[in-house]
Design a binder for this molecule. Structure first.
Ligand SMILES: *[C@@H]1O[C@H](CO)[C@@H](O)[C@H](O)[C@H]1NC(C)=O
Length: 224
C-alpha cells in the first residue's frame, strides 16, 4: 500500500536528516507524528491524513443514537491534536526554499496541482465526515455537536491559510478542486468568515455549487 511505503520513507528520512528541532509531542500524538520532523509540505499533509483517516472512519458510521457530544468529543479531540500538530509543523517552515518545501522525501518535486490534490484529499476526508455527522445529528444534540465541529473547521481554516501562504499560486489551483461538500459544510456551520481568504462567492454554494465546481474540475482535469 502506497501510504505505508510513504510513511516508512518519512520515518527513514526523518531519522537520517534530523536537522529540524522536534515539535513538542503531546501525549495523544501517535508514533508517526513523533517521527515526523517535517520540512516538506508533502510529508506534513500525508502525515496528518494518515493520522486522521481511522478517526474519520469512526465518524462516518455515526448514527443519530450515538451522535452525541460525549461520543464525539474524544474522536474530535484526536483530530484536533493531529491538525494542531500539522499547524505547528507548517508554521515552523519559514526558512526553507520553495524547492525544499515541495520536494518529497523520495526526492520528487511536487507540482502545485499535486499539492492542491493532496490538500483537497485531506479536506474531503474531514468534511465528508462532518457532513455525515450533520446529516444524522438530532435537534436536541445539534447545538453542542455543531460547536464541536466548528472547533475542527477553525483549525482546518488556519492550516489551509498557512499552506496557501507558503505555497505561492496554490489557492487559484485549489479552489476549483475543492469538493462541494467542503464548501457546503463551511456554509452550514456559518464559518465562511474564517475562509474569507479563499475568495469564494458563498452565496453560490449549496444550491448551484455542484454545477459550478464540477465544471471547473472537468476543465482542470482536461487541461492537466
Ligand atoms: C455508532 O453506532 C453505530 C451503529 O451501532 C456503529 O456502527 C458506530 O461504530 C458507532 N460509532 C461510534 C463512534 O460509537
Amino acid at each position: 500500500m502506497r501510504f505505508s511505503t510513504l510513511s516508512a520513507l518519512v520515518a527513514v528520512a526523518s531519522a537520517a536528516f534530523s536537522f529540524a528541532a522536534p515539535a513538542p509531542i503531546s501525549p495523544a500524538s501517535n508514533a508517526l507524528e513523533a517521527r515526523c520532523l517535517c520540512q516538506d509540505i508533502h510529508s506534513i499533509i500525508v502525515d496528518v491524513t494518515l493520522t486522521i483517516t481511522p478517526l474519520v472512519e469512526e465518524l462516518t458510521y455515526i448514527t443519530s443514537e450515538n451522535c452525541t457530544v460525549e461520543i464525539l468529543t474524544p474522536i474530535i479531540g484526536e483530530i484536533k491534536v493531529a491538525l494542531q500538530g500539522a499547524i505547528e509543523e507548517v508554521s515552523a517552515i519559514t526558512e526553507v526554499t520553495v524547492i525544499t518545501l515541495l520536494t518529497t522525501v523520495e526526492g520528487v518535486v511536487l507540482t502545485i496541482t499535486e499539492v492542491a490534490e493532496l490538500v483537497c484529499g485531506l479536506l474531503y476526508l474531514i468534511f465528508a465526515a462532518l457532513a455525515a455527522i450533520l446529516r444524522v445529528v438530532t435537534s436536541a444534540n445539534a447545538a453542542a455537536v455543531t460547536a464541536l465541529l466548528c472547533e475542527v473547521v477553525e483549525l482546518v481554516a488556519t492550516l489551509l491559510q498557512l499552506i496557501c501562504n507558503l505555497v505561492g499560486g496554490l489557492l487559484a489551483v485549489l479552489i476549483p478542486l475543492v469538493a462541494e461538500v467542503v464548501l457546503s459544510v463551511i456554509v452550514e456551520l456559518d464559518l465562511t468568515a474564517k475562509f474569507a481568504f479563499l475568495g469564494i462567492a458563498w452565496s453560490t454554494v449549496s444550491a448551484s455549487a455542484t454545477t459550478i465546481y464540477s465544471t471547473s474540475v472537468a476543465t482542470i482535469t482536461a487541461t492537466a
